[in-house]
Design a protein. Structure first.
Length: 259
């Protein structure tokens, strides 16, 4: 009964009408008085923000804030793979049976995430990293390595929450939510960044259609909290350098390609 009730609640919060109301309210100037409360409640580090709090005229503009230049340093060595986002590294490792990984008790298949066995086959026997972005986090995403963008495409329609409750009781959100996939060709491996939308299908925003991917560059953001799945093809010798799950920031080293 409890699981059924929570699942219903998760699906209700994915309702497009509710999402539209939330989106318009948060983007309205009427939401500006909520910024101070929001920052305090989520313990936002305002010292690294691009502008002081008073500059932001809505909760949405504050939520999608940029950071000051140099706020997220990183190792620029080409063999180093860095975190594409702030947030919580909730899971990482090698694919099980070549194509599966487990989060919150649910086993996901890259065939379903890519909705195309041929595209998914590039990442079989590779590595995966899952980054969850909570309301407290900086919500821009950055390129984790230098390379060339070889594919961009969107999949899915509805977007249910991807927080702990959504992942536990929702309808397999990584396989069903709207998601925008960016694939990169690097000097070592092919990479895929799967940006999973939450609450409404337009929550993933990109800046441009440029094909150049420069490590550390900010190339888009989430309008609402969400998740990034990063897949490494595994064609070269790659090794994760992170030791455990937990809080992470853009630019932290998460893996390294070996000669």
């Amino acid at each position: 009964m409890k699981k059924k009730f929570l699942k219903s609640f998760v699906e209700l919060t994915g309702n497009p009408v509710a999402s539209s109301i939330l989106r318009h309210l948060s983007a309205s100037r009427l939401s500006k008085p909520l910024i101070k409360m929001y920052s305090s409640a989520y313990k936002i580090d305002e010292s690294s923000m691009e502008y002081p709090r008073a500059h932001y005229d809505s909760l949405q503009s504050f939520f999608t804030r940029k950071l000051t230049s140099g706020a997220r340093p990183f190792d620029n060595a080409p063999e180093v793979l860095i975190s594409p986002s702030d947030g919580h590294l909730s899971s990482f490792g090698r694919m099980k049976d070549g194509h599966q990984f487990t989060i919150k008790g649910h086993t996901y298949s890259i065939n379903e995430i890519f909705m195309d066995e041929k595209r998914a086959s590039d990442y079989k026997n590779g590595w995966y990293f899952v980054f969850y972005l909570s309301p407290a986090d900086y919500h821009h995403f950055h390129y984790p390595a230098d390379g060339t963008v070889i594919n961009r495409y969107a999949l899915g329609k509805k977007s249910y929450p991807v927080n702990n409750m959504g992942l536990t009781y929702g309808d397999r959100p990584f396989e069903t939510n709207y998601r925008l996939i960016t694939e990169l060709s690097t000097a070592y491996d092919k990479l895929a960044l799967v940006k999973v939308g939450a609450l409404n299908v337009n929550s993933v925003q990109l800046y441009s259609s440029s094909k150049e991917a420069k490590k550390g560059d900010d190339f888009g953001y989430f309008s609402f909290g969400s998740t990034i799945l990063l897949f490494v093809a595994g064609d070269s010798t790659f090794s994760p350098t992170v030791q455990k799950t937990g809080a992470i920031q853009v630019g932290e080293t998460i893996g390294r390609w070996l000669p």
